[in-house]
Design a protein around this ligand. Structure first.
Ligand SMILES: C[S@@+](CC[C@H](N)C(=O)[O-])C[C@H]1O[C@@H](n2cnc3c(N)ncnc32)[C@H](O)[C@@H]1O
Length: 202
């Protein structure tokens, strides 16, 4: 299946841009989708707690982002069939503005109990594990790349690249992490090997 930028509103079913720059409320359709997924074996109480917590997380400001102009820069690519599943209860899955706009809020909600600074704190902890002498770091499947950004802040001499198949993740990632001169966000074909020998830490 190839991605058609014009179909994104159909895939999402809800224009999240009306919420950009505000806190991230949980829309009814999201809760209804989650409720539908309660048939699965996922731990129900925890899942619902995380979804409700998302509304309490501060979200990056996307109000000045021109999604149409940004999406127009990406050529269509082929996605494997698994990729188009509705991951994490978001209609459109990773191929949606909703997934990208809500990415940080979702991770902040998920890691609320794990670290005093939630997911961004966890990302800083993980970044501290990257060897200080690294000159090139590639984050494959980076989402919006907050993990890559944490590494870029820690290692300003290194060239940090966040790669994701979703143009929405790449656009949102660039935007919410702008101002990091040694990092870049790009989209790669999800067909392996997308980046052979890309991650070398020694
Ligand atoms: C769970 S999410 C983001 C995880 C991210 N590393 C983080 O720490 O937040 C997984 C990401 O992997 C990307 N992805 C999945 N399969 C991919 C593939 N074959 N090639 C590139 N990106 C892929 C998705 O678009 C999605 O943004």
């Amino acid at each position: 299946m190839s991605h058609d930028p014009d179909s994104r509103r159909d895939a999402v079913g809800f224009d999240m841009r009306t919420l950009a720059g505000t806190r991230w409320p949980v829309p009814d359709w999201h809760l209804e989708t989650i409720a539908g997924e309660m048939q699965c074996d996922a731990p129900k109480d925890r899942m619902m707690r995380v979804v409700r917590r998302m509304g309490d997380q501060a979200a990056p400001d996307f109000s000045d982002l021109d999604w149409d102009a940004e999406l127009a820069r990406f050529a269509p690519i082929e996605f494997p069939s698994y990729y188009t599943q509705p991951f994490h209860s978001v209609p459109g899955g990773y191929l949606s503005e909703a997934a990208a706009i809500g990415d940080r809020a979702a991770l902040e909600a998920i890691y609320e109990d794990a670290h005093p600074r939630r997911s961004l704190g966890v990302r800083d902890e993980l970044a501290s594990l990257v060897p200080a002498h690294s000159r090139g770091v590639v984050d494959l499947g980076a989402g919006t790349g907050d993990g890559a950004a944490a590494i870029a802040r820690r290692l300003p001499e290194a060239r940090v690249t966040a790669i994701d198949a979703s143009p929405f993740m790449v656009i949102a990632g660039r935007h919410q992490n702008r101002g990091l001169p040694t990092s870049r966000w790009s989209r790669a074909s999800p067909r392996p090997p997308a980046c052979p020998r890309a991650v070398r830490t020694r």
